[in-house]
Design a protein around this ligand. Structure first.
Ligand SMILES: NC(=O)c1ccc[n+]([C@@H]2O[C@H](COP(=O)([O-])OP(=O)(O)OC[C@H]3O[C@@H](n4cnc5c(N)ncnc54)[C@H](OP(=O)(O)O)[C@@H]3O)[C@@H](O)[C@H]2O)c1
Ligand SMILES: [Zn+2]
Length: 383
């Protein structure tokens, strides 16, 4: 059964703590600018999930604070706030908490009959309480949320919940904000609990992005390399597009053509082929063309994604078929790119439109435009 895309979000101290030790004054691990970023991530999700421990410790509202973002969601036919979910084994939930009084629809996942009965008695009509079985709690929660229409889920802690998602291989993305403070307390709650994680300490997450936000730093990781599906970009998409842009930088320079990198990735995250402009010394060869020519068989292309540092060409002087046609003709249904083709060589190149006309989903990540453009700076001054 398909499950929502799961994004874990937290702010930690330099020593990996989520909070001060119990009983000590609370700590600010974020800043105003980052609160706003978190608000935008929330607004991009269909549901937000928190452990019952965080509801008790922090009393968070969990809502989309920005009126503009709520209006944008409404314009897209979505409720103003994402669904809010929590999980409990005890059923010990306080109806006075702000979580129940603000934001969107609330769902409680209670393990077993006794917890469900307690939660229902405590909350009355404030939330829908759904009973789950003791074993494999998270797959049940994710399947149920998917059934509610949730395709993108933000998990906002605490540590016990983050740890379980990572350990069980159920997270797709990790957004970690590092605050410039050291908590130091041995009994302070940690982001990741002790114990084994998939792949062990040898497994390296793929860094999709690092960004300075005032005095904190956002680190965004993909936990696997499987491409996204549909129009929403994932952290793995950002990792692959970053690699395609690095490939573009390795092209032999030219004054008559762009330097572009392209990578074809199967649905399971296997790289099928990569190529770059003028590969093999042929001045006319385009990156997507070079990459597609190397894919053996072609049967896996229907589920594959093509990453290209530049929008695939829609018109082309040097070759009968533009890359948009080659890609659609090969059966590829999804393309991720960062930089729209400027009018340097072909006015109105429009590869993105041509792909979309052929039913191919084109996902644009404008934050990669600069990385795609950099190896071409000599061609398009002022772009
Ligand atoms: N810095 C940050 O970004 C951030 C974010 C969030 C939280 N925090 C901090 O994290 C701390 C809270 O973390 P935490 O680990 O104690 O709490 P938590 O992960 O929020 O919640 C733990 C609780 O969730 C329920 N739960 C967890 N796994 C479950 C499962 N498999 N099945 C059923 N219920 C399950 C249980 O609730 P019951 O007890 O009701 O059974 C459990 O006690 C606080 O200090 C908070 O400030 C920090
Ligand atoms: Zn091309």
């Amino acid at each position: 059964m398909p499950r929502p895309y799961v994004l874990l979000s937290a702010a930690v101290s330099l020593d990996g703590c989520l909070d001060t030790p119990p009983g000590q004054p609370r700590l600010l691990l974020s800043n105003e600018e980052d609160f706003d970023r978190v608000d935008s991530v929330r607004a991009s999700c269909d549901a937000v999930l928190l452990g019952a421990g965080t509801l008790r410790a922090d009393d968070p509202r969990v809502q989309v604070a920005s009126a503009g973002r709520r209006a944008a969601r409404a314009g897209a036919g979505l409720p103003p706030h994402p669904v809010k979910a929590t999980v409990t084994r005890s059923g010990d939930l306080d109806p006075g908490r702000r979580f129940w009084r603000h934001g969107g629809t609330k769902v409680v996942y209670a393990v077993g009959r006794a917890a469900r009965d307690r939660a229902v008695a405590a909350l009355g009509g404030l939330a829908t309480v759904h009973q789950v079985a003791q074993d494999d709690v998270w797959p049940q929660v994710l399947d149920h949320l998917h059934g509610l229409g949730v395709r993108r889920l933000m998990v906002e802690g605490g540590g016990s919940v983050h740890t379980q998602f990572l350990r069980q291989g159920l997270a797709d993305e990790l957004q970690l904000v590092i605050a410039p403070v050291i908590v130091g307390g041995a009994d302070a709650p940690r982001m990741f609990g002790a114990g084994g994680y998939p792949g062990g300490p040898q497994h390296r997450l793929a860094l999709a992005e690092s960004r300075r936000i005032g005095d904190v730093t956002l680190l965004r990781y993909a936990t696997h390399r499987r491409p996204g599906t549909g129009a929403r970009a994932t952290a793995a998409d950002a990792v692959w597009l970053g690699e395609a842009c690095a490939l573009a930088a390795a092209c032999p320079p030219s004054t008559t053509a762009f330097s572009v990198g392209a990578i074809v990735v199967a649905a399971d995250g296997r790289e099928l082929a990569r190529g770059h402009s003028r590969e093999g010394g042929d001045a006319r060869v385009h990156a997507e063309q070079a990459a597609l020519a190397k894919v053996r068989g072609g049967s896996g292309l229907a589920g594959a994604t093509v990453y290209s540092s530049l929008e695939p060409c829609g018109h082309r002087a040097s070759y009968p078929h533009p890359c948009a046609e080659l890609i659609a003709g090969a059966g590829v249904r999804r393309v991720v790119t960062g930089w729209r083709e400027p009018d340097t060589f072909v006015p109105g190149a429009n590869g993105t439109e041509r792909l979309r006309e052929r039913g191919v989903t084109v996902v644009e990540l404008p934050e990669y435009a600069e990385a795609g453009r950099a190896p071409n700076a000599h061609l398009s001054p002022g772009e």
